[in-house]
Design a protein around this ligand. Structure first.
Ligand code: UGA
Length: 432
């Protein structure tokens, strides 16, 4: 099939490259010239494990193309995926749909034969109806069908999530079109993935309801972790014990810092605002948003206690600043509040992140980036493990840190409290 992906962010680029890898001809379109030039010269603009090889392989075999020319890409394609951003609107915390609607307008000008237009961008329920209305101003409804096919790709695991999804959700009111999408995804369905079809609004709702539910699960376990701390219970055991019940499931029950990233914070806000406009109060999701926002400062303020309120001039090393491992994404990361907080209190901060230095911290005095863990930890009074990159999981603190009174604040529970006690490290973790 010939496919056009509009938007080469992590959803459009990963899905486009993976569709090409399944044997389709894929045109990845972006209006950002720099991005397209980079991609055409073999450079991947985002950090996503495994993506590099797939892009290279399919680009070389001419199945994957990068272009700014939306008009041509739409004309030659059978299926067009809208994969542009839906950031939080500055006005009211709903999803800003201007990029999506602009793309719909552009597509409408270039429809020369029947097209399937699919939204992969996360869009509130009824957006598909609005896209249909925009396009039908220019073209007859016989010439196109608007479908919802939400993505469930995690940053850092996006390639794997595309290739081995739990389910593919397609929302469309036309059965023939659903069959065409099923055909596109056949190689994945053959491997055992479930293809679930519903109407268009249903698919739009499934996406938001899924993200909000996962955010709820995380906030739930984070609050239970707070309770565990007071009662000397180990949250890891609670997560495992709960997760063994198949009705609950063990995934997304890891206690840690507030959830971050480009999706959960944005989508939880957007779904409550949309529901409010339908006079429906999503009180549970609103409580989750509040709980997550409180958590940010709760975990940061613990550092005062760990250092007995003497943060000034302390050497603090932060391991990992992105919102999760295997990504360079800083959006809604707790580190964006934590480093300025410690900086203001006079700490001398060194941070290390496998995805490299972050411009956002450049303007902070007494904050420096280190290129390796050993150098970063050498003179630290306190090491904070903020992100669970694999390379932080087996650090020999006694060997690499010179300070005999070293303290370690492990926000991701990567180490055993007992073992750390045995080797004489003052160890603080979450929910235990
Ligand atoms: C999330 C969803 O997991 C994807 O299914 C969805 O497609 C994507 O949003 C999206 O809407 O585009 P992502 O934000 O990339 O993916 O990353 P997650 O792995 O879900 O992590 C989100 C946050 O939750 C991170 O801050 C992570 O540290 C936190 N988290 C996750 C926990 O604190 N505990 C857990 O057990 C799991």
């Amino acid at each position: 099939m010939k496919i056009c992906m509009v938007g080469t962010g992590y959803v459009g680029l990963v899905s486009g490259a993976c569709f090409a890898d399944l044997g389709n001809i894929v045109y990845c379109v972006d209006k950002d010239k720099k991005k397209i030039d980079k991609l055409n010269s073999g450079e991947i603009p985002i950090y996503e494990p495994g993506l590099d090889e797939i892009v290279k392989k399919n680009y070389q075999s001419n199945r994957l193309k990068f272009t700014q020319n939306l008009s041509n890409a739409v004309k030659v394609s059978d299926i067009i995926f809208i994969c542009v951003g839906t950031p939080t609107s500055k006005k009211n915390k709903s999803a800003d749909l201007s990029f999506v609607f602009n793309v719909a307008k552009e597509i409408s000008k270039n429809i020369n034969k029947f097209k399937i237009i699919v939204t992969k961008s996360t869009v509130p329920v009824t957006t598909g109806d609005k896209i249909e209305k925009i396009i039908s101003k220019k073209r007859s409804k016989k010439l196109f069908e608007v479908v919802s096919n939400p993505e469930f790709l995690r940053e850092g695991d996006a390639v794997r999530d595309f290739r081995f999804p739990d389910r593919i959700v397609v929302g469309c009111n036309n059965k023939k079109i659903i069959k065409k999408l099923e055909f596109l995804y056949e190689p994945l369905i053959k491997k055992g993935c479930i293809f679930f079809s519903t109407n268009r609004r249903g698919a739009e709702m499934i996406k938001y309801a899924s993200n909000a539910f996962l955010a709820t699960k995380i906030s739930y376990i984070n609050e239970i972790a707070n309770f565990c701390e007071k009662t000397k219970v180990n949250i890891e055991d609670v997560s495992l014990g709960m997760g063994l019940d198949k009705r609950i499931g063990g995934r997304f029950l890891r206690a840690g810092p507030a959830y971050g990233g480009s999706c959960f914070p944005k989508d939880t806000k957007a779904i409550t605002v949309t529901a409010d406009s339908y006079k429906t109060n999503l009180s549970i999701i609103k409580a989750v948003i509040k709980s997550n926002s409180n958590r940010r400062m709760l975990l940061i303020k613990r550092i005062d206690k760990i250092l007995s309120n003497k943060i000034k001039n302390k050497k603090i090393t932060v391991l990992g600043v992105t919102f999760k491992p295997n990504t360079d994404d800083m959006r809604e990361s707790t580190s964006l509040l934590m480093l300025p907080y410690l900086n203001k209190k006079g700490a001398k901060i060194t941070y290390y992140d496998p995805s490299g230095e972050k411009n956002v911290f450049n303007k902070l005095k007494n904050v420096s980036f280190s290129h390796n863990i050993i150098h970063a930890c050498l003179k630290a009074d306190l090491v904070i493990i903020h992100t669970e990159w694999d390379e932080f999981k087996s650090i020999d603190f006694k060997k690499i840190c010179k300070n005999k009174n070293l303290k370690v604040y492990d926000m991701r529970n990567l180490y055993s409290s007992d073992k750390m006690k045995k080797i004489g490290v003052n160890y603080y973790s979450i929910g235990r």
